[in-house]
Unconditional design. Sequence first.
Lengths: 295, 119
Amino acid sequence: MSGFGVHVRDLTVRFDATTALDAVSFDIRPGVITGLLGRNGSGKTTALSVLAAFLRKTSGTVLVDGDEPWENARTMGATTLVRESGDMTPERPIAESLRMLADRRETFDTDLAEKLLDTFELERTSRPYRLSRGKKSSFGIVVGIASRSPLTLLDEVHLGMDAPARYAFYDALLADWLEHPRTIVLSSHLINEVERLLEDVIVLHRGSVLTQSNADALRSSGMTVTGPSDAVEAFVVGRDVVARQRLGGTAQATVVGTLPDDEQNARLGGLELGPVPLQDLFVHLTERRPTEVAR
Amino acid sequence: MFDGRDPLYVQIADQIRADVLSGALKEHEQVMSTTQYATTFRINPATAAKAFTELVDEGVLYKQRGIGMFVAPGAREQLLTEKRAAFFAKVVDPVAAQAKVLGIPVEDVIEHLRNGGPR
């Protein structure tokens, strides 16, 4: 089992007057760790909820492992969606919730769950509603990882967790994925922390797919060009410039897309090329393009 | 670490090549497994695997089934040959271009190198 693949075409979800997703299309490769990135309200949670059959689509095609997930016992039983603070009954002790999950989910690993409870220092008798935000999130992560579902959807699961707990989460996720490869979709706004964990990336923006790409390819598609203003301007002519900065005679432009002769041309123009972290690229891509300031 | 402009897998491969070149990794010495690499540096295992596959294809590393990956005999020599071939294009040409921009005659650069370079 290397996990479920997902195929989505023209998916639209409307709530009364609001269109949460507007004819979006994307694919999630089986057995791959994919990042679902987007600003608040971009439709991430809506998309994941449709995949998990928590929510009914308005129109379009959604296939989870080849089948429509809505009211589908097979795909629903093999899909785990963990939202922000987990979806377990808040008044029920943690250990009891995990026992119920173990009964319901074929792939659930109780030993792993026990180990993860220790990792995140969670008491078995605790009830989620009494826990801090970070501890609630940790419990959601225990559920998400220990379920070992062929389709595991983790929606902003590390909200409110402190840095050591988040790193423990990344480590646990990678370690278990290596032993049991499966499809994992990770939505997060902490892009700089998770970008290296991702193989593929889908960027949602205002209910549409802005880009879908290999994470490494997307990251290296952006670059900064720094040097004398005239040379920078000459270099970026006809290119997709997402940000510009100017300090005296020196300018920096952030461009998307690379050309084979970039290194050489930069050298000839006395320009320096630099990397653009995925987080910055994401911010540039999802914010309104600044209008050029007249001089 | 790994914050350059190249794709992550290229940067990982470059790091291992650099270790072989510097002698930090010796011939027949075992390198980290993809799993160790991924968990140590919190990197997607498929991305790390891509780097190792490239190095095996290039003949820098060899695989021993069930045991791991090792530095290939002659890997350092091979990398030295490649690096030397690329030396003028990648290292000298940028210096020449920069010297031109700054108006430094080539003779001055040669003179500087003759006198022992940076030291």
